[in-house]
Structures are given as structure tokens and as C-alpha cells.
Ligand binder design. Structure first.
Ligand SMILES: *Cc1c(COP(=O)(O)O)cnc(C)c1O
Length: 353
């Protein structure tokens, strides 16, 4: 850090992404990527001609992609905002809507607290209940920016639309942001509710269910007024936020949405397999509606299991926060990867017991 950095930024504890090791080949179950490649059409869409066109700026309005998404989500282009990964929408939302403070759970996506700190926003951290579900009542009547991942991460536990609606209704003077990064793995989207509630901001991403984490494409669905706010920030920071290749790939991905939704189904099946196997090995597994499971087992610490797995070529995600340090978050990969994972866990436990 240089001595020129302003005092506030010096103090920020920035977000730590999951490991992306470049050294050896791991079975990578640590950052919730899809085990499946993008669809054929997406792969073919990145042509030599498109690459040559990289000399030109991209469409700042992303018209084609907005139209495609609007159709897919049964809404209008004016109700859609696009961003360089959904992290950018979270960033913009804390920047735009945090003036009365922000509320989110103690156990959730680690980026929320980073953005709050970045903008000097006072936060109310609301603990999850004993069973790791969200304490709905405590999110009602906050009248500050409410941010909830649904399904939540890293627990995978889902809130019902009724519960979300209750929170939205009880916070009429502030934005309720629902982060739906994992909604396609068995959850229910609140996108339709944005037509009814002008304070609801629904956020999605192509990173998990649409196999495009490396392309960086996020989207928001909300009232046209909220979308106009986000556009205002975009045009005040980076108008060309979605690069040409990502726009082309995104349009194709929506055209071939069935392929991705089929993959999600496969991942849900593999998740059920993984849960059954883990439970048979004595693990406690939280009920997940995401492409990962959060699991712990008596007599082996979360850290020990994480390290042993890594030694054996399997990467999972371990968090050090006190309440969850005994758990690991395990991304659901392909069936073959999960069979290898289970086999490795068995070997580790055999070694231990
Ligand atoms: C992965 C993730 C995101 C961010 O995804 P992008 O790659 O930036 O689109 C947002 N929220 C949650 C809860 C996530 O797990």
C-alpha cells in the first residue's frame, strides 16, 4: 500500500475470491462454476469476424442482449440492467441505496460487507437462526437497504417468495435486493414480483447456471426507475461495461436456454447423489437449492478436511468465520467428479478413524 491511498480505503478488508490455482489440475469444487461448457451456439458465435471487430467499441446499450433477456424473463428491456458480472450490480446498489444503512445476514456472500465498508455504510448484521435459515421478522421494517442472497450462500438454503414479499412490503421506503446467483438450481425467482413492487431489485448472473463465469455477465430486473438509477451510475463510471464477445455469447446463451436449464437439472440430480453419499458417511448437510452443498462432520474439523482434500487434488471452499468453520462448501461438479470427491472423502475418513 502506498502512503497516497486515502485513509478510508487503507482500512478496507477486501474480498478474497476462492482459489484459482494455476499450478496443477484439481477437481475444482470451490467456486461454484458449472462443470459443463457453454452451449454449441455460444462456442460457434465467437468467430474470427467477431474477434476482428474487437477494434470497435461495443454497443453501450447492449440492445440485442437486453431484448433477449427481456423475452426470457417475461419483461421489457427498460426493466433490465446489464453488468460486468453481478458483483458490479451489488457494487452500484450499495453505492446508490445505502444512505440509510444496509442490513444482511451474518452468514452470506462475503462481498456485501466489503461494499458496505467501501462506501462507509452503517450495517445491521442479522444473525441467521440456529438452523441457518434467515430470520424473516428481523428483516421486516428495517427501512434500509436489505440484501439477501436467495438461495443463500454458502448455506444453499432458500426463502419462499411469500417470505420475500413480506420483507419487501415491510420496507416500503428502501430497496430490497435479492441476489439470485443460484436460483436456477431449484429455487424460485422473484423477477415477476418486480412488476408489483417498485422497491424490489432482482439480481442474476450468467456465472453459475449458464457456464459463463469467465465472460462476466450479470443482470438486474426491476422497475424502470431503479434500472435508470443503475444506468446513471454505469454511464458515470464505465459505459462499455459488457465487452463485445460477452454480448454475442450472452445473446446465444439465451437462445439456447434449454441447454442450460437441462444442465441445471443434471446438477440438481448430482447434488441429491452427493447429499445421500455424504449423509451415509455421517455428514450433516444443510438443505441446498444451489449448485453446492454446505456440510460438516463430527471428529474432523472443516479446515482439516479442506486441507486433506486439497492434498489429494480436490479443492473445496472453507471459511474461517466462527459459526461455520466446521463446514466446507462443496460445489456440485459432474457426476464423475462427485464420485471422485466421495471416494477421496472416504479415504480421508478411513485414514482418520
Ligand atoms: C457468484 C456470486 C455472485 C457474483 O457473480 P458474478 O460472477 O459477479 O456474476 C453474486 N452473488 C453471489 C451470492 C454469488 O455466489
Amino acid at each position: 500500500m502506498s502512503r497516497f491511498l486515502n485513509d478510508r480505503l487503507q482500512k478496507i478488508e477486501s474480498y478474497t475470491p476462492g482459489e484459482q490455482p494455476q499450478d496443477k489440475k484439481y477437481i475444482k469444487l470451490n467456486t461454484n462454476e458449472s462443470p459443463y461448457p457453454p452451449s454449441e451456439g455460444v462456442i460457434k458465435a465467437i468467430t474470427e469476424a467477431e474477434i476482428k471487430d474487437l477494434r470497435l467499441y461495443c454497443d453501450p446499450e447492449c440492445k440485442k442482449l437486453k431484448n433477449a433477456l427481456a423475452e426470457c424473463y417475461n419483461t421489457e428491456p427498460k426493466n433490465i440492467f446489464l453488468s460486468n458480472g453481478s458483483d458490479d450490480i451489488l457494487n452500484f446498489s450499495f453505492m446508490a441505496y445505502g444512505q440509510s444503512g444496509a442490513a444482511f445476514p451474518d452468514i452470506t456472500y462475503g462481498f456485501y460487507s466489503v461494499f458496505a465498508e467501501l462506501y462507509g455504510i452503517e450495517t445491521e448484521i442479522i444473525p441467521l437462526k440456529e438452523d441457518f435459515t434467515i430470520d424473516i421478522g428481523r428483516f421486516c421494517g428495517q427501512n434500509k437497504l436489505v440484501v439477501i442472497a436467495n438461495p443463500n450462500a454458502p448455506t444453499g438454503i432458500e426463502l419462499s417468495l411469500d417470505e420475500i414479499e413480506k420483507i419487501v412490503i415491510s420496507n416500503p421506503d428502501s430497496i430490497v435486493l435479492i441476489d439470485e446467483a443460484y436460483v436456477d438450481f431449484g429455487g424460485t425467482s422473484c423477477a415477476e414480483l418486480t412488476k408489483k413492487y417498485k422497491n424490489l431489485l432482482c439480481v442474476g448472473t450468467f456465472s453459475k447456471s449458464r457456464s459463463m463465469a469467465g465472460a462476466r455477465l450479470g443482470f438486474a430486473i426491476a422497475s424502470k426507475e431503479i434500472i435508470a438509477d443503475l444506468e446513471k451510475i454505469k454511464y458515470s463510471t464505465n459505459p462499455y461495461n459488457i465487452n463485445r464477445l460477452t454480448q454475442v455469447a450472452g445473446v446465444k446463451a439465451i437462445e439456447e436456454n434449454d441447454y442450460y436449464m437441462d444442465n441445471c437439472k443434471k446438477i440438481c440430480d448430482t447434488r441429491e447423489y452427493t447429499v445421500k453419499e455424504l449423509e451415509a458417511l455421517g455428514f450433516e448437510v444443510l438443505p441446498s437449492k444451489a449448485n453446492f452443498v454446505f456440510a460438516k462432520r463430527d471428529k474432523i474439523s472443516g479446515e482439516k478436511l479442506y486441507l486433506k482434500l486439497k492434498e489429494n487434488g480436490v479443492l473445496v471452499r472453507h471459511f474461517t468465520a466462527e459459526r461455520i468453520k466446521d463446514f466446507n462448501r462443496i460445489t456440485i461438479g459432474s457426476r464423475e467428479e462427485m464420485e471422485m470427491f466421495i471416494k477421496t472423502v472416504k479415504e480421508i475418513l478411513g485414514e482418520k478413524i
